[in-house]
Structure formats: structure tokens, C-alpha cells
Write a protein that binds this ligand. Structure first.
Ligand code: ADE
Ligand code: ZN
Length: 318
């Protein structure tokens, strides 16, 4: 599966950091974050809330633009090894200088340089600036300003992740309006932990893509609406299974979503946290549903159509 060319739309930059990378950086900085690893050195957590805390603890060793540049090099290198020719990474200015615009510009410049270098070795990338739902709408507003002010560079999208249980998506309407006016593509995590209503709330923000969105399967009218609008779901099956949202591969709704005419794509979310890789996700889908090149080719075409990139790049990826 590694040789199949892939487009990945849903990958959290910090969530893609290999444990060894984070451990090495912690050692360099004399920071003790040993509690987030198990005895084999993997990330260790129990349930989604603890996952978020471990994620944030791992991120705490990334304290300078250079750290983020190294992370971009590492993550895009791993993507390329998995056969990805294009990846969009969620980046949170909250973790890069606290969504302060001056600091953010420094972090972005460092990451952009690393991404340009990675592009020379075959992988194109773009960044989706992401606010964190459980940090609240005020902080999201600052993230949206960072996104709007740096729109059109490596930054081409805006989104929201974090605990879906916190607040309502409508609380973040100002941030999404600000990002849309700046010409950014929009996506929101929804329908992962909450039901179909959360997917409707995401659509009301004007998104063209939904992070996860799998619980739309519970509502036939919503499914038809998503299919008719051509909204694309960034499905991360291994993440859903690792977090216990879906009991196993055969039960995953991705195949039923595709059968309902919904544009589904495949991504890894936070691969080392969920003990997965992009090619492993494809292999598991092939095993569970008999999918092969035709199905994967269609999904990757949908991913290209939904990507937050310019037409020239899109044509090159098709
Ligand atoms: N941030 C990183 N991974 C996430 C996920 N699966 N859901 C919501 N926020 C996240
Ligand atoms: Zn995610």
C-alpha cells in the first residue's frame, strides 16, 4: 500500500510527532514528561480527555520556531514514506507563541521553510490553522486573526479541533467568518463524539469539509444533504477505533457513507497516538471492505477536489 499515491487532508502536526522525537526534544531541554509514555516508549493515555492532556504535554516541549521546523521536516518525511504526495496539517498558533501575531509570524516562517524543503523532495503541503474548542471562543478569535493575517502563504485553511463536548460550534462563528473573509478554506471537527446535530452545526459555519463527520450515518436526511452539497468527510478510521467510537474495522461506517454517495477520504489524525500509519489505514480498509485501487483512486480524487490549494497545484495532483 505504501506505493499507492495518497492525499492526506486530516493530520494534526503535533499529533503526528513520533514519541522518540518528543522524548529527544524533552531531553535536550531538560523537561521531564516521562509520565506520558508507557514502558515501551509509546504515548500512554486512557480515553479521549487523557489523550488531549498527553497531546498537550507532548506539545509543551515544542517551544521555539526551530522546534516546529524540525517537526515539519520529520512529519512530512514520514508522510512521503507512506506514499503521500500532498498533506494538509493542522497547526495551532495557540501552541506557537500563544496565538500572538508577531510570534506566530516567526513560527510560520520557520515551518514554511521546512515545508518548502520537503516539497523539493516530493511532498506538497499546506497548513490549516486550528483553534482548540475547549480553549474557548476568545482564544479562537486570536487564532482566526493569525490565520487571516497570514492567509495565502503556506496557510490556506482554518478549522477547529479539541473536545467536541465543550461549548457549541456557533460560539465560534466570528472566528469562521473572519477566516472565510480572508479567503481560507474551512473545516470543523464534528460528528466524532457528538451526533448528527453537530454535523449540521458545522455546515452552518459554512465549511466545505468535516473532520470525521462519521456520525452523520445516523441521519438519512443529513446524509443526502451532505452528498448533494458535495461536502467531503475527512475520515480517520484508525483514530475512531483506537478511541473506541467504533468497535472495529468491519463496523466502521466509512463504506456505508460512501455507498450513500458521500465523498469520503482517508487520513490518520494523530498516527503515533493511534498506532497507525497512512498505508496501514488503506490496508485495513482493503481487508475489511475489499477496497482496491479503484476505490482508493476515487477517494484520493475527492481529496484533491476538496484540498485547500490553488488550481495549479490541484491539476498537478490529479
Ligand atoms: N486534536 C487532535 N486529535 C483530535 C481528534 N481526534 N479530535 C479532536 N481534536 C483533536
Ligand atoms: Zn483531528
Amino acid at each position: 500500500m505504501k506505493s499507492l499515491k495518497k492525499v492526506e487532508l486530516h493530520l494534526h502536526l503535533e499529533g503526528a510527532a513520533p514519541p522518540a522525537f518528543i522524548r529527544a526534544l524533552a531531553a535536550e531541554k531538560h523537561q521531564d514528561i516521562g509520565h506520558i509514555f508507557d514502558e515501551r516508549g509509546a504515548y500512554s493515555y486512557n480515553g479521549f480527555n487523557e489523550f488531549l492532556r498527553v497531546y498537550e504535554a507532548a506539545t509543551s516541549v515544542l517551544t521555539a520556531p526551530r522546534d516546529y521546523a524540525r517537526l515539519v521536516t520529520e512529519v512530512l518525511g514520514n508522510c512521503a514514506e507512506e506514499g503521500a504526495i500532498y498533506a494538509e496539517v493542522f497547526v495551532s498558533p495557540e501552541f506557537c507563541g500563544g496565538a500572538d501575531l508577531t510570534a506566530w509570524r516567526d513560527y510560520l516562517a520557520a515551518m514554511e521553510e521546512a515545508a518548502a524543503e520537503a516539497e523539493r523532495s516530493g511532498i506538497t503541503s499546506r497548513a490549516i490553522l486550528t483553534c482548540i474548542r475547549h480553549f474557548g471562543p476568545e482564544r479562537a478569535r486570536k487564532t482566526a486573526i493569525c490565520a487571516a493575517e497570514t492567509s495565502g502563504s503556506w496557510v490556506t485553511g482554518f478549522g477547529i479541533g479539541g473536545a467536541e463536548s465543550a461549548g457549541e460550534l456557533s460560539d465560534f462563528a466570528w472566528a469562521f467568518d473572519c477566516a472565510r473573509e480572508a479567503g481560507l478554506g474551512l473545516t470543523a471537527h464534528a460528528g466524532e463524539w457528538r451526533g448528527p446535530g453537530s454535523v449540521r452545526d458545522a455546515l452552518a459555519l459554512g465549511v466545505t469539509r468535516i473532520g470525521h463527520g462519521i456520525r452523520a450515518i445516523e441521519d438519512a436526511a443529513l446524509l443526502s444533504d451532505i452528498a448533494a452539497r458535495g461536502v467531503t468527510l475527512e475520515v480517520c478510521p484508525g483514530s475512531n477505533i483506537a478511541l473506541g467510537i467504533v468497535p472495529g474495522w468491519p463496523a466502521h461506517p466509512i463504506a456505508r457513507l460512501a455507498d450513500a454517495g458521500v465523498r469520503v477520504t482517508v487520513s490518520t489524525d494523530d498516527p503515533p497516538f493511534f498506532h497507525t500509519t497512512l498505508s496501514q489505514e488503506y490496508q485495513r480498509l482493503a481487508d475489511a471492505f475489499g477496497w482496491a485501487e479503484a476505490e482508493f483512486g476515487q477517494m484520493n480524487l475527492w481529496a484533491v477536489e476538496a484540498a485547500f490549494c490553488d488550481e495549479t497545484t490541484r491539476t498537478r495532483l490529479r
